[in-house]
Write a protein that binds this ligand. Structure first.
Ligand code: MN
Length: 736
């Protein structure tokens, strides 16, 4: 039985082995502080509680982390399990250590009550987001590893739960951070409790065959080593191992194979000094053994997102048994085993107290990688880098992902708008909070609702951080508070109008109001007010448009007046009666300020009466009429040299009988489609002047139909009819 003191001395020896400048007196102080405060507490295996922090510190030391990490590891359960506070730790061991311990404590308090697949990535992200200092998550993984190593003393239910969490959350995090060694151990220990039968089968089998395995591996090892000595590769080390139980387990399941049939049970590893040596060794191995095609991977040229570098090849041994060879430098090996932790030593002395700097070096390492996964990896770290997201729990343990700075209002609306609309109070971690309380990672948020709730208040819109919540609140006001919205909207509209130097009577004048409403796309003024009231439209925008419209109208009136005066003057001269006041329409189109000019309908958008239209004075053929929504008539085209050529046109009352226009019908192709479309068109009163179809390679059919209609209303009926045909997906009016 090892005593507590012996365990501690072993730890100290490990630290001295890699860090000559370690602060051993503070480390001992931390050990004594933890031992004193954990006092008589015992672990389930019957050892004093203090053995746990010492062992966690031991794992952290094996990752070669700095003194602060060791101290924090020794103290990591003090805030959670003893009367120690953050302030106590900060006073004795400094703020950095206190922050790390506090971070680990927060991760410990996270309760994982969900087992749902889609929640797991959120949980992993949350842990990252909560670890403002990378050392927090490294210590937490060490803590979990030691707990998994001593899991046999727990109840079966707890074993299963912890093993599941470890497999789903901690092992993937270890993988992301490149902690290969810890990842394997976490996975193997989890498997032991998740599938004890398979685990036992695999480990017992490995045990039984270990003599054979060792002989096999030993033979290869000797052969390769001899070759490398002959080639004079300096400092080359070759060693072999059987793959990990979980790796074998996964292969058995994925390939539905028995253990005998598993392809590569064995792995050899060759460590050398330089990259050039790596490739030399690869050549030598391929000389000795026949490589299996397609199994060579060059992770030196293209490192994995977690910084892993190695050459991998699978070859066939003398007995016909395949085995994998991994070749890498000693530096690459350190990273392969300890991932980001291996880089820690290079950064010692640089303060990284959270924020942007914490992951800067990881990001730099990743920047040179072109692997698509690297991007994803950076994104998962980004949750901390830019602190743009916050992760909180529902009372039943689901993780909800909200924008940073989110409040209970955002939370409530993200669950369901009905929850937000009937909210009467909110609790965070069991305590009542105000609606503007800012949520933190790992908070458990509970919303109290009541059927008699009076609904959201207007200032919730300013408190909410997510656009989702704001738009749902806006929806509510739009629906529930029409009268109030109208009153409020009217008030701000009138204020804005006054500000612009306009009067209400200018807006409501009989000859102006219809044009204004049309311009604003509202049926009535009340609708406009309501929209302004709930925030769907701004008073400023409305007033700006009205001012434009009024200016245009007065300009048109002036032109007409001038034209009329000219005609009258001419009439006086010639003695003929003046022409009728109204401009005569050509093809049912009135061109502002011009009479009897040539008019044509643009082929790009084929407007019909009822469409909003605009005219363009062409260089050869009068005025070309476009739909207002045609890209060729888009507002941004109405600038530059041709600006003055755009002209207002309207439909006259004396409309021609039929206008030709084009439709595009997009369908999922099927038999009898053409017949169904022709039949549908024949039941309408329109005449079809052209139709062509083309089928796409991916099973769609696109019909181009040209028809003659009297106006937009009739066209709309035709479009609806076409849309009603089964497998028709879209009916468009092409433009542009
Ligand atoms: Mn612990």
């Amino acid at each position: 039985m090892v005593t507590v003191e012996e365990r501690y001395e072993h730890l100290e020896k490990t630290i001295r082995g890699y860090n000559i400048s370690a602060d051993l007196s503070q480390i001992r102080a931390a050990y004594e502080y933890a031992r004193e405060h954990h006092g008589e507490q015992m672990r389930r295996d019957g050892t004093p509680f203090i053995t746990h922090p010492i062992n966690v510190a031991q794992i952290v030391a094996e990752m070669r982390l700095d003194s602060e990490s060791i101290i924090a590891a020794l103290l990591h359960d003090c805030i959670e399990d003893t009367d120690t506070t953050y302030e106590d730790v900060a006073k004795i061991f400094g703020v950095t250590v206190a922050d790390i311990v506090d971070g680990v404590t927060k991760l410990t308090r996270v309760k994982y009550s969900t087992m749902e697949e889609e929640q797991m990535e959120n949980l992993r992200k949350m842990l990252f987001a909560m670890s403002r200092d990378i050392r927090v998550i490294l210590i937490k993984i060490a803590d979990r590893l030691h707990n998994m190593r001593t899991m046999e003393y727990q109840t079966p239910a707890k074993q299963k739960k912890k093993a599941f969490e470890t497999m789903e959350i901690y092992a993937p995090i270890a993988h992301r951070l490149g902690l290969a060694k810890m990842k394997w151990e976490l996975e193997d220990l989890s498997l032991k409790y998740l599938d004890p039968v398979a685990y036992r089968e695999i480990t017992e089998r490995l045990e039984a065959d270990s003599a054979d395995h060792n002989q096999f591996l030993g033979g290869i090892q000797k052969k390769i080593q001899a070759k490398l000595t002959e080639m004079e590769v300096p400092n080359a080390v070759v060693y072999g191992r059987v793959k990990h139980p979980y790796s074998i387990y996964r292969k058995m399941y994925a390939q539905e194979k028995t253990m005998e049939e598993i392809y590569d049970l064995f792995a050899l590893r060759v460590l050398v000094d330089t990259v050039a040596d790596c490739y030399n060794v690869l050549g030598a191995v391929h000389d000795l053994y026949k490589p299996i095609l397609g199994r060579f991977k060059d992770y030196i040229a293209t490192p994995k997102p977690n910084m892993y570098q190695s050459l991998h090849t699978t070859v066939i041994g003398d007995e016909g048994i395949p085995f994998e060879v991994q070749i890498r430098t000693y530096d690459m090996h350190a990273i392969a085993e300890y991932g980001v932790a291996a880089h820690w030593k290079y950064k010692q002395g640089i303060r990284t107290n959270g924020g942007e700097g914490t992951y800067e070096w990881i990001r730099r390492l990743l920047e040179n990688q072109e692997d698509a996964d690297a991007e994803e990896f950076i994104h998962s770290l980004k949750v901390d880098l830019f602190a743009e997201e916050v992760f909180v729990f529902t009372p039943r343990g689901d993780v909800v992902n909200l924008p940073a700075g989110a409040t209970p209002i955002d939370f409530a609306y993200s669950i369901h708008s009905a929850i937000g609309n009937t909210m009467v109070g909110a609790k965070v971690n069991g305590r009542m909070v105000g609606y503007d309380h800012v949520l933190h990672n790992g908070d458990v948020v509970e919303i109290n609702t009541s059927k008699s709730a009076k609904g959201p208040s207007r200032d919730w819109m300013n408190i909410a951080k997510s656009s989702e919540a704001r738009s749902k609140i806006r929806q509510w006001f739009k629906r529930e508070r029409r009268e109030e919205n109208i009153a409020q909207g009217r008030a701000s509209f009138e204020a804005e109008l006054k500000h612009a130097g306009l009067t209400m009577s200018q807006v409501t004048a009989a000859d102006a109001l219809p044009a204004i409403l049309k311009r604003l796309s509202f049926q009535t003024l009340d609708e406009l007010y309501a929209a302004i009231g709930y925030g769907g439209y701004t008073a400023l925008k409305a007033v700006n448009r009205i001012r434009d419209e009024l200016q245009q109208m007065s300009r048109a009136a002036a032109i007409e007046k001038a034209a009329q005066a000219a005609e009258e003057a001419k009439a006086v001269q010639t003695g003929k009666p003046p022409a009728p006041r109204r401009s005569k329409s050509e093809k049912g189109i009135i061109v502002e300020g011009l009479s009897n000019c040539l008019v044509k309908f643009s082929k790009c958008c084929t407007p019909v009466p009822g469409d909003e239209i605009v005219g363009f004075i062409t260089r050869g053929y009068g005025v070309s009429v476009h739909r207002r929504d045609c890209p060729n008539a888009a507002q941004d085209r109405r600038t530059g040299a041709d600006q003055g050529r755009w002209i207002k046109v309207t439909w006259s009352d004396d409309i021609r009988e039929a206008y030709s226009t084009a439709l595009e019908v997009v369908c999922k192709d099927r038999p009898n489609l053409l017949v169904d479309i022709s039949t549908a068109l024949s039941t309408t009163k329109v005449s079809i002047t052209g139709m062509n179809v083309h089928a796409t390679a991916d099973g769609f059919a696109i019909f181009h139909v040209t028809i003659s209609v009297t106006d937009a209303k009739q066209l709309d009926q035709v479009m609806r009819k076409l849309h009603g045909i089964s497998s028709v997906m879209k009916v468009n009016r092409p433009a542009g």
